[in-house]
Design a protein around this ligand. Structure first.
Ligand code: ADP
Ligand code: ZN
Ligand code: ZN
Length: 813
């Protein structure tokens, strides 16, 4: 799938032939077009071309000076327009191709994901009235349409709008067009047109007979020392447009149209200076600075508050000083406004912010700016790793372990860390992975010497990590406490003394595992070492199933370890905890923080801010609690159902549990008051629990790595997950079977390089009316390319009723 790519126009625009990657559903290849004489067309240009009966956009991959002899020039259609030039520098194109190949995704789909909205989207077809003398006889629909165009607005509409408003528009439109009453034309979507706006330019600042108001305006402009937007001047000085026009008439100012850049405007922040670094920070900075021209990956390992961000900022400053740009990736931008403010305080207007919450225009303009070589700092979420980023000199992934860096759907299911690694190699620039709890794969690469570790072992302000008390819930049961809140937790809640508490209840899918309340045993798949999931039929659970390999068994009547009859689905959500709290502690004010209460845009931050301001005593929430603003009044963290994370049917369950629990624990005692953590579990002896209690990552990681090696899971193997879904349960099961059988016949599988697990129903077997199945491929490392062509072919052949998506290196099962 490599295309030879010519970045410069061969001699004075003598291109005759272009191959174009066409953006149209159903078009999966490149198509040949003739370049009209005298046009300057180059690889990387965005063009408009005829395709069937439509006009669509595409990207020029290659231009030739002569039409190849194998092509009949008579049958070749011509390019219609060059819409945008050189939108894809050569390196960038190579990156997009690498993503397409590795993530088994058609190139055009990768391009669509990388581009801001509107660039490829077909131009809008619009209709406008032409000047007319006399109206010939028309059909009824023709009259109707003409009347509509004449009576409403300026007589200029998108065809789509007319189709929504009137019946049989196409035919009427054809009629009016033939008679010369209207014309149709193509227009780019608004987000893609440069935006013009009125600006005020100061010509002279002193003079006679000026009113108070007028002097005020001149003073403002002088103070700003730059051209100002007209709206901005009006707002700042409280004057009217008329006053400005009078000043302009007298020759003091000029009002001109200027191109307005729609980038996210941050609030003004007080400028901030670099801090004197601690020894650990200074060492980290020095090592990275020595590698600014190398494709070296660093793991910056340090708890929250250990000074990682300060090091990032100083490395970024060095990078900018060398005339290159820096990319700082964060898992979720809405929850980390403090970070954006800190970067803005250091780098001011050189900062660009990029995430999916921006308007189309903002995204478009930011995207374009990163095509320019000026050194900038770009903060963004996952998708920012796909920006063109010309002159990139540094990449940082903050909270590198966060699974938000992985796209689960739609394809390409890329991981920002993986793409960042490729970019670091391509640009010969360092990649910094910052975290308190590394991804196991990162840690393993560090152990193996591929990644250089930099440790920041202490918090800057030396606040100790809060001590963790483990409560054995089996004992609670034996002593007759059936509440979800253990007695130690109840005691602590009753003794908050004006401090705040967080109760953490992990979110689960719709399925659950079965556990013994007497001894803590959970039933696991004998082959895959993940918990078996039961799907509830009303109240009852009949079978337990492995969603990796499809092994199943009946739900046992008694615990296979201790014989106890208390073998039950594991349960309890935020709502139940809130009612329990209300019952036991009616005087405490409780706030719920989960996917139900945070659906509205901005609700996350709002709830956290309310809580930080003291609007409640206790916040009960899910995983979302691990991110976001500092809550200095929190002195108690209760972890209610750690076990439901621990036994998730996922080979990464232990790793996730360690990360999440450590982060939740770290929420306690951030302020002046020392914090504490109470962790409730049915398996207090479990190695993850004991490691969390001791904040002992290294011991945990070594243990977990050896178990991964034993079972052949990543980072010692590679996984590819095929997700299938359909409205029809039998359909999807049959398709999954057929695909699994086809996979078995592929040489890399039959020769034992790859193993096929399943098909099996997904852990969450039904979402939004669609039945879900999956097939897991397990293979040798770095071997995706053996399968990628075959997998893409399978996808093309998949019946329409079933959706199939290919997830390479899946994280979320
Ligand atoms: P992290 O990114 O690891 O959470 P930060 O860089 O945010 O750590 O540092 C935590 C706090 O300590 C911040 O308020 C920061 O301004 C401050 N800080 C960081 N480095 C220094 C330093 N060398 N001297 C003084 N304060 C520092
Ligand atoms: Zn038991
Ligand atoms: Zn299994």
């Amino acid at each position: 799938m490599t295309h030879s790519y010519i970045s410069a126009c061969p001699n004075e625009c003598s291109a005759a032939y272009a191959s174009v990657l066409v953006d149209c559903a159903g078009a999966s290849e490149t198509y040949a077009y003739q370049v009209p004489a005298g046009w300057c067309v180059q690889g990387g240009d965005v063009v408009e071309v005829p395709f069937g009966s439509q006009v669509v956009r595409g990207i020029v991959l290659e231009v030739l000076e002569t039409i190849p002899p194998s092509v009949d020039p008579q049958r070749l259609r011509s390019l219609l327009e060059v819409v945008d030039q050189q939108l894809f520098p050569k390196d960038y194109w190579a990156l997009l191709e690498q993503i397409a190949t590795y993530y088994c995704t058609p190139l055009i789909q990768v391009v669509r994901t990388a581009l801001p909205p509107g660039v490829l989207g077909r131009s809008q077809r619009r209709v406008r009235l032409r000047p007319q003398q006399g109206i010939p006889p028309l059909s009824e629909q023709g009259q109707h349409l003409l009347h509509f165009l004449q009576t409403k607005g300026g007589g200029d509409y998108s065809v789509r709008y007319l189709q929504q408003q009137l019946p049989k528009v196409q035919r009427a439109l054809g009629e009016l067009e033939r008679l010369g009453l209207v014309e149709t034309y193509l227009a780019a979507p608004a987000s893609q047109q440069p935006k013009q706006q009125q600006a005020v330019v100061l010509l002279k600042s002193k003079g006679e007979t000026l009113t108070q108001r007028q002097r005020q305006i001149l003073h403002y402009l002088q103070q700003q020392g730059r051209d100002c937007w007209l709206q901005e001047v009006l707002k700042a000085t409280g004057t009217t447009v008329q006053t400005l026009h009078r000043l302009a008439a007298k020759g003091y100012i000029a009002i001109v149209e200027q191109q307005y850049c729609r980038i996210e405007q941050g609030v003004a922040v007080t400028p901030d200076r670099p801090k004197n670094l601690t020894l650990a920070q200074a060492t980290a900075l020095q090592v990275i600075s020595e590698h600014l021209d190398c494709a070296q990956t660093f793991l910056m390992h340090g708890v929250t508050g250990s000074g990682k961000t300060e090091v990032y900022l100083q490395v970024i400053a060095e990078c900018l000083g060398r005339g290159r740009s820096a990319l700082l990736l964060v898992p979720e931008i809405g929850l980390t406004p403090q970070l954006t403010d800190r970067v803005r305080a250091r780098f001011g207007e050189r900062l660009l912010v990029y995430h999916s919450g921006l308007s189309e225009g903002e995204r478009y303009d930011t995207w374009r700016l990163t095509l320019m070589p000026q050194p900038r700092v770009i903060i963004g979420t996952r998708s920012a790793v796909l920006l063109p980023l010309v002159g990139l000199g540094l990449i940082i992934l903050d909270e590198e372990h966060d699974s938000g860096y992985k796209q689960d759907q739609p394809q390409p299911c890329y991981h920002a860390r993986t793409v960042a690694q490729w970019r670091s190699r391509q640009q010969r620039c360092p990649l910094i992975l910052g975290t308190a709890t590394p991804a196991l794969s990162t840690w393993q690469a560090a152990q193996a010497g591929q990644i250089h570790t930099l440790s920041l072992p202490q918090r800057i302000h030396a606040t100790p990590l809060p001590p963790i008390t483990i409560v054995d819930m089996r004992q609670e049961l034996h002593r007759g406490n059936r509440s979800m809140l253990s007695r130690p937790l109840q005691d602590a809640l009753g003794n908050l003394q004006g401090q705040q508490a967080i109760l953490f209840v992990p979110r689960r899918g719709h399925s659950t595992f079965v556990s013994c309340r007497s001894c803590g045993t959970v039933i696991y798949c004998p082959h895959c070492s993940v918990s078996l999931t039961g799907h509830l039929f009303g109240e009852a659970m009949e079978v337990l199933r492995c969603h990796y390999c499809n092994y199943s068994q009946a739900v046992p009547q008694r615990c296979p370890s201790c014989g106890s009859p208390y073998l039950k689905p594991f349960g309890g959500g935020t709502q139940r905890v809130v009612s329990e709290l209300n019952r036991l502690f009616p005087e405490l004010r409780v706030l719920r923080f989960d996917s139900d209460t945070t659906q509205r845009k901005g609700a996350h931050r709002q709830l956290l801010t309310q809580f930080a301001a003291g609007a409640a005593d206790v916040m009960v929430g899910t995983q979302m609690l691990t991110k976001g603003i500092d809550l200095p009044q929190v002195a108690l963290v209760g972890i209610l159902a750690a076990d439901s994370l621990l036994h998730l049917p996922d080979y990464q369950a232990a790793e996730r549990t360690f990360q999440i629990l450590t982060q939740v624990a770290g929420r306690s005692g951030r302020g002046a008051h020392p914090g504490r953590v109470i962790l409730q579990t049915y398996v207090p002896e479990h190695p993850v629990i004991t490691a969390v209690k001791a904040y002992d990552w290294d011991t945990f990681a070594n243990l977990e790595l050896s178990s991964r090696a034993l079972l052949g899971y990543p980072p010692y193997s590679q996984l590819i997950l095929l997700r299938l879904s359909s409205l029809d349960p039998e359909d999807v099961a049959a398709t999954a079977q057929a695909i699994a059988q086809q996979l078995q016949t592929l040489p890399p599988v039959s020769q034992g390089e790859w193993e096929v697990l399943g098909p099996a129903p997904a852990a969450i077997a039904k979402i939004a009316g669609r039945y879900r199945w999956q097939i897991l491929l397990k293979g040798k490392l770095e071997a995706v390319s053996d399968l990628s062509q075959a997998l893409m072919h399978l996808k093309e052949q998949c019946p329409r009723s079933t959706r199939l998506s290919i997830d390479v290196d899946p994280l979320n099962f």
